[in-house]
Design a binder for this molecule. Structure first.
Ligand code: NAD
Ligand code: ZN
Length: 380
């Protein structure tokens, strides 16, 4: 690998030229990493709903042409000035939100919202010089959430990379780089259900099933899955979901259905849809006196959350979280270890696999609501 150090690398990347149009595999130039940056070779990446959301770019301003992708695993090719924690050959997971280790958030035990490297979906450039590291014949191609993993090589700020156990299989642990960890942490770190409690999960995609996996690990006795798509229900049983509710089967609001099922409400709920109605239902279905609801789904730009203030006065708590409150560099390696110790099962999340040349198939599957995670293999 050392022959490429300090040089521009030409490689394949899936470029989104405009919103909602299939990605095009192009030859791109990837510049060497600058100060506090790392260039890595991506081996496996997968598609998360957040990529599709910003690719569709329905309600928000967006940056094109762009290289999407943020759930991935790779190997360090070279490091820029000032990078001491990583070296060529290290196995890493890139993360859409970073950890500079110096700001007030990084120093706080409670927060993972790093001031320097927190998620920024509007920025398409690197922080060091405000430029892109990707180009085609000198024309800049923009980054996405600092990761842009739909490329054989990418450049990422060192603060957005978790160094992981080199024995961990990258084709499995790549899905820990975003969705599964987000859902898992939303339950374990934020909702914190106690043993024997009841938990409602809204949205049974990979993020919601990651949240269900967290509820299972915490020892919840009732895990109620809520989804419009009933085809999700059978598969969700493997994740410990004990009961299912499809809001379309009822005339009354789903929160009322859940309150009746649970004699006053669930102890905890985790919303993993991005839909504001689901967010409101997730809040209003928790028990008064102690119930806690956690929002995870990314809403549209103009979305508003509306509920009666009495719902708060009656001692319900509403929280939200990015990346399950995990600090990417400090905490993600230990989530990988949970998989290595077989506490956490990842295989059941992986329902499809495609070669990089067929990346658009992964988009089609997600748009149809089929499967959970589709692994995109960069080589062969
Ligand atoms: P997904 O599309 O695979 O799953 C979402 C599920 O929600 C689908 O099964 C859909 O049928 C269901 N759904 C939609 N609206 C619903 C409603 N009103 N009631 C019940 N079910 C409904 O998506 P995913 O990859 O699992 O991601 C889920 C959400 O989490 C997305 O909004 C994504 O952007 C967000 N996300 C947030 C973070 C974070 O850090 N906060 C990280 C990753 C993903
Ligand atoms: Zn920070």
């Amino acid at each position: 690998m050392s022959s490429t150090v300090g040089q521009v690398i030409k490689c394949k990347a899936a470029v989104a030229w405009e919103s909602g149009k299939p990605l095009v595999i192009e030859e791109v130039e990837v510049a060497p990493p600058q100060k506090m940056e790392v260039r890595l070779k991506i081996l496996f990446t997968s598609l998360c709903h957040t990529d599709v959301f910003f690719w569709e770019a329905k309600a928000q301003d967006s940056v094109f042409p762009r290289i999407f992708g943020h759930e991935a695993a790779g190997i360090v090719e070279s490091v820029g000035e000032g990078v001491t924690e990583l070296a060529p050959g290290d196995h890493v997971l890139p993360v859409f939100t970073g950890e500079c280790k110096e700001c007030a958030h990084c120093k706080s035990e409670e927060s993972n919202m790093c001031s320097l490297l927190r998620i920024n979906t509007d920025r398409g450039v690197m922080l060091n010089d405000g430029q892109t590291r990707f180009s085609i014949n000198g024309k800049p191609i923009y980054h996405f959430v600092g990761t842009s993993t739909f490329s054989e090589y990418t450049v990422v700020h060192v603060g957005c990379l978790a160094k992981i156990n080199p024995l961990a299989p990258l084709d499995k642990v790549c899905i820990l780089s975003c969705g599964i960890t987000t859902g898992l942490g939303a339950t374990l770190n934020v909702a914190k259900p106690t043993k024997g409690s009841s938990v409602a999960i809204f949205g049974l995609g990979a993020v919601g099933l990651g949240a269900a996996e967290g509820a299972r690990l915490a020892g919840a006795s009732r895990i109620i899955g809520v989804d419009f798509n009933s085809s999700r229900f059978e598969g969700a049983k493997k994740f410990g979901v004990t009961e299912f509710v499809n809001p379309k089967d009822y005339k009354k609001p789903v929160q009322e259905v859940i309150v009746e099922m649970t004699d006053g409400g669930v102890d905890r709920s985790v919303e993993c849809t991005g839909n504001t109605n689901a967010m409101i239902s997730a809040f209003e279905c928790v028990h008064d006196g102690w119930g806690v609801a956690v929002l995870v789904g990314v809403p549209h730009k103009d979305a508003e959350f509306k509920t009666h203030p009495m719902n708060f006065l009656n001692e319900r708590t509403l929280k939200g979280t990015f990346f399950g409150n995990y600090k990417p560099r400090s905490d993600l390696p230990s989530v990988v270890e949970m998989y290595m110790k077989k506490e956490l099962e990842l295989e059941k999340f992986i329902t499809h696999e495609v070669p990089f040349s067929e990346i658009n198939k992964a988009f089609e599957l997600m748009l149809k609501g089929e499967g959970l995670r589709c692994i995109i293999r960069m080589e062969g």
